[in-house]
Write a protein that binds this ligand. Structure first.
Ligand SMILES: [Zn+2]
Length: 459
C-alpha cells in the first residue's frame, strides 16, 4: 500500500476520473475528468486527475460518476422515522398533526432514539447528505440527546445535535401535553452538560451542539431568552421553528401581541448564530431583518407541501441576501428524507409560486451545499476546495434516472428523479461504497426500527 507516511500516520484519499466534479468553489468550477486528494480528512488538492498524485491509501475511481460536495441538512427530527404515514395524521395541518402524534411520541425510549437516528442518518447518507442537524425536543422515558450523538458517531455522520425543549404544556396554554414538557431549569442544566461533554467548535468538527427550544408555541419567552444567553456564553448556535403557517402567526399575535418577526427581534433571536426552520409565512420585515442580521433559514419544501403550510418566499429571501439551507424536516411530515430530492422540490416549489425562472437547478444545488454550510455557521464544508473537509459524494451517471440528460449532468442531478449515491465519504472515511452503508449493518438496524415502529403504533 503506497503513499502512507509511516512517520506521521497520515491517511490519504484520492478521488479520480469523475466525469464531472462540481466544486462549489468561489468560481463555481465544474471540472471534467476531475478529482481530489485528501490528507487526514482534509482536501489538499482539487483539479483535473492528471494533475493529482497518482495514488493514495484509498483510491476511488469515479469514471462514469458525477462528484459533488456532500449535502447539508439543516432541519430534521430523526426520531419521527418511527412514525411515518400514521393514518390519523396523514391529512392534518400542523397543530392537528402535532396533537395526533404527541401521545405516540410520549412512548419513545432511548433505544428507539438511537435506532431511529441511525435509520434516518443512513437514509440521508444514501441521498447525498454528509452533515446533518437533528432537532430532538422531547425526552420521555429517560431519553437524552446522548442517544442521538452516540448514533451519529457509530454511523460516521457529521452532526449538529440540537438540544430541543418544550416547557409550556396544555394546562399553561401551550400545544404539547403536560407529560411531554420539562422544567426550564432542568432544560438549561442539561444544555450546559451536553455542551461541556460534546461541543467541538473547531474546523472539521464532527459534533456540535445547538440550543433549540421547540417553537414559540411550546416554550416560554423566558426560556427563549435564557437559551440565547447560554448559547452565546458557550459559543453555540440557536435554532427553532418560526412562522410555519397561518395558525402559527395567529398564535403569536394572540399570545405575544407580536408577529414572529417582532417576537424574535425582541428576544435577540437573530444573528449569524441563529437559524429558523420553515419561515413560510415570514413577512417582508422579517426577510429584511434576517438579511440585515445574518439570520439563517432552513427551507423544508416537502414538509411545507405535506402540511399545506404554503410556499416559503425563498426567491425573495435569497435576493435580499438571507442565508438559506435545506431541511428534510421530521420524517412524520416528510415521509421521505432524500436531501437531493429536497433540492429538486425546492426548485419546483419556487417555480409554482414565482414562475419558471424563480430557481435554477444549479442554485438549488448551491442552497443544498454552500447554503446549508452557511446556515450552520461552517466554513469547512459545502465546497470541494483546498482546506475544506473531505465530505464528498458520487452518483452513477449510468443510472436510469439520468438517461437522456447526460449533456448536462449537473442540471440532471436536480431535474431528474433523485437516485441514491454510489459513494459517500465523510471526513475522509468511506461511509457508502457501491451504494451500501459500510458503517452499520443496515438490514439489522431496519429490522429493529420497524419492530419499534410497530410497538409504538399498536398500543
Ligand atoms: Zn421541524
Amino acid at each position: 500500500m503506497p503513499a502512507r507516511s509511516a512517520a506521521t500516520g497520515n491517511k490519504t484519499l484520492l478521488v479520480r476520473n469523475a466525469d464531472v466534479l462540481v466544486t462549489m468553489d468561489g468560481e463555481r468550477r465544474e471540472i471534467r475528468g476531475g478529482g481530489l486528494y485528501c490528507v487526514n480528512g482534509r482536501i489538499a488538492q482539487v483539479g483535473p486527475t492528471a494533475q493529482l498524485p497518482p495514488t493514495a491509501d484509498e483510491v476511488l475511481d469515479m469514471t462514469g460518476h458525477i462528484v459533488i460536495p456532500g449535502l447539508v441538512n439543516t432541519h430534521h427530527h430523526m426520531y419521527q422515522s418511527l412514525t411515518r404515514a400514521v393514518p390519523a395524521a396523514q391529512d392534518a395541518e400542523l397543530f392537528g398533526w402535532l396533537k395526533t402524534l404527541y401521545p405516540i411520541w410520549s412512548r419513545i425510549t432511548p433505544e428507539m432514539i438511537e435506532i431511529s437516528t441511525q435509520t434516518a442518518m443512513a437514509e440521508l447518507m444514501l441521498s447525498g447528505c454528509t452533515t446533518s442537524s437533528d432537532h430532538l425536543y422531547l425526552y420521555p422515558n429517560g431519553c437524552t440527546l446522548d442517544d442521538s450523538i452516540d448514533a451519529a458517531r457509530r454511523i460516521g455522520m457529521r452532526f449538529h445535535a440540537a438540544r430541543g425543549s418544550m416547557s409550556v404544556g396544555e394546562s399553561a396554554g401551550g400545544l404539547p401535553p403536560d407529560s411531554l414538557v420539562e422544567r426550564e431549569a432542568d432544560i438549561l442544566d442539561d444544555s450546559q452538560r451536553l455542551i461541556d461533554a460534546y461541543h467541538d467548535p473547531g474546523r472539521f468538527s464532527m459534533t456540535r451542539l445547538v440550543l433549540a427550544p421547540c417553537s414559540p408555541f411550546s416554550v416560554s419567552r423566558e426560556l427563549m431568552r435564557d437559551s440565547a444567553a447560554l448559547a452565546r456564553e458557550c459559543g453555540v448556535s440557536l435554532h427553532t421553528h418560526l412562522a410555519e403557517n397561518v395558525n402559527d402567526i395567529a398564535y403569536s399575535r394572540e399570545k405575544f401581541g407580536m408577529t414572529p418577526t417582532e417576537y424574535v427581534e425582541d428576544l435577540g433571536w437573530v444573528g449569524p448564530d441563529v437559524w429558523h426552520a420553515h419561515c413560510v409565512q415570514l413577512d417582508d420585515e422579517g426577510v429584511y431583518l434576517f438579511a440585515r442580521t445574518g439570520t439563517g433559514v432552513a427551507h423544508c419544501p416537502c414538509s411545507n407541501m405535506r402540511l399545506a403550510s404554503g410556499i416559503a418566499p425563498v426567491r425573495k429571501m435569497r435576493d435580499a441576501g438571507v442565508s438559506v439551507g435545506l431541511g428534510v424536516d421530521g420524517s412524520a411530515s416528510n415521509d421521505g428524507a432524500h436531501l437531493l430530492g429536497e433540492a429538486r422540490q425546492a426548485m419546483l416549489l419556487q417555480r409554482v409560486g414565482f414562475g419558471p425562472a424563480a430557481m435554477s437547478a444549479r442554485e438549488a444545488l448551491e442552497i443544498a451545499t454552500l447554503g446549508g454550510a452557511k446556515v450552520l455557521g461552517r466554513d469547512d464544508i459545502g465546497a470541494l476546495a483546498v482546506d475544506m473537509a473531505a465530505d464528498v459524494v458520487a452518483f452513477d451517471l449510468g443510472a436510469i434516472e439520468f438517461a437522456g440528460a447526460l449533456h448536462d449532468p449537473v442540471a440532471a442531478l436536480v431535474f431528474c428523479a433523485p437516485p441514491k449515491v454510489a459513494t459517500s465519504v465523510i471526513n475522509g472515511r468511506v461511509v457508502v461504497r457501491d451504494g451500501r452503508v459500510t458503517t452499520v449493518d443496515l438490514p439489522v438496524v431496519l429490522e429493529r426500527h420497524n419492530a419499534f415502529a410497530r410497538q409504538l403504533l399498536v398500543r
